[in-house]
Design a protein around this ligand. Sequence first.
Ligand code: 5AD
Ligand code: SF4
Length: 484
Amino acid sequence: MKKQRLVSLPSLKDAAKRNPSESINYLITKIAPSAFLLSWGQGKSFCIRTYGCQANVRDSETIRSYLLAIGMHEQDSFDNADFILFNTCAVRENAENHLYGELGQAKDAYNKNKDVIIGICGCVMQEEVPVRHVLKHFPFISLIFGTNNISSFYSLLEESITKNELIVDVKSNSYQVVEEDQIPSYSRGSKVSAFVNIMYGCDKFCTYCIVPYTRGKERSRKEEDIINEILCLKEQGYKQVTLLGQNVDAYGKDFNNSYAFAQLLEKVAKTGIERIRFVTPYPSDFKLEVFDVMQKYPNIMPSLHLPVQSGSNTVLRRMNRRYNREEYLDLVKEIRKRVPDIFITTDIIVGFPNESDQDFEDTISLVKEVKYDAAFTFIYSPRPGTPASKMKNDLKDEVVHERFDRLKVLVDNLTEARAKSFENQIVEVLFEDTSKKNNSMISGYDRHGKLVHVKGDASLIGQIKKVKITESRTYSLIGEIVDE
Ligand code: 5AD
Ligand code: SF4
């Protein structure tokens, strides 16, 4: 068994603290590998498994670029990999359980090659109970770090290799925004479309949600750093950026500018990058100026993911969402007035503690009223440490599942009907990848974010083409390129 060195362990209690007098510290740092890592990495391979949201995808891209910079190459499987990393998601219990299943498989890899370095990072590692569980049940792990110290990755990796110890270094809170002086390369999963962080963390503390504890205080990147990154991506040929944050429309609140998101969006539009998207806004932080900017610049895509979570005011209050049903519906009306062809999607939680029949009916009626173009529906999953997990809950599982199924049918019908409305229409598609199922097909997204497949080859990747839709399925469209 490896010797365990606990540099710092997570604490949800500490993570819940926000010190208003602590200002954000912007750190420009050079992240460069040591001579040791440059030599260790040559010719070695790594495998990264990423769970959860785009924030994790972006973090994995950053770590991937660190590993590529020391001469390693990426592979899809654990077999013979020299470094395996799990970037974990804590938002619902099933993602956490999936991790433990995968760690079992990683154990086989370790049994075949005792030199393999296995690391775990991401949101689950920001919680003390899972970290203790890993220490007890998966002692072959070499490295545990969190969401707030990715910039220390090289030194952590080097220590775990040279000392042959299990190192745990998880910072519970951060008031830092780290900008890299010289990024090894803007390594992204795609050569066409890139995620760009505009802010980190969340201060909303919705009662069901673990994210404010695992990703720390809401803090914005400086506008110039974001714009420079986007200009760099554009120069490299990227066609689309997606601005990322837990509540993008709270961007700049930490430097006392509630209008900063609209201003940032306009500056991003002016870079001339062909497509701009953003996730995720929080309904009550929206300034209507954002929609004016969306309307003014055709390179901002007409789609909006606007999580509602519930249609019942009682439940919204108990969730600590800071808007009510009426305000949400008014916002949707305003958006549709300004950007008429906008695609609106949402997140909905079913079975929040003691959600009544009437509460659920309120959600159904809100979904019917908004007529969402698509929606992600989730069964409430108690997250230890959150206020909702301590709420009394007499709801029976079967009632929750019945509600969930009913909502899913409604949402799928709306999604299908909207998909059908695309038939025989001409849409603009940015092609991103060959189809996973059929390599004579190529896939991309229309301006609304709808997935479109056409016959074609990889030479189309990165191009925007007009496509006539010939067939619709619930979650995707099939079409053919029309000559211009
Ligand atoms: N249980 C179920 N769904 C959750 N989400 C966040 N926390 C939970 C939870 N404890 C959902 C919300 C959020 C989305 C990313 O995940 O709908 O918008
Ligand atoms: Fe979680 Fe609410 Fe923050 Fe979204 S806004 S990350 S649901 S706490």
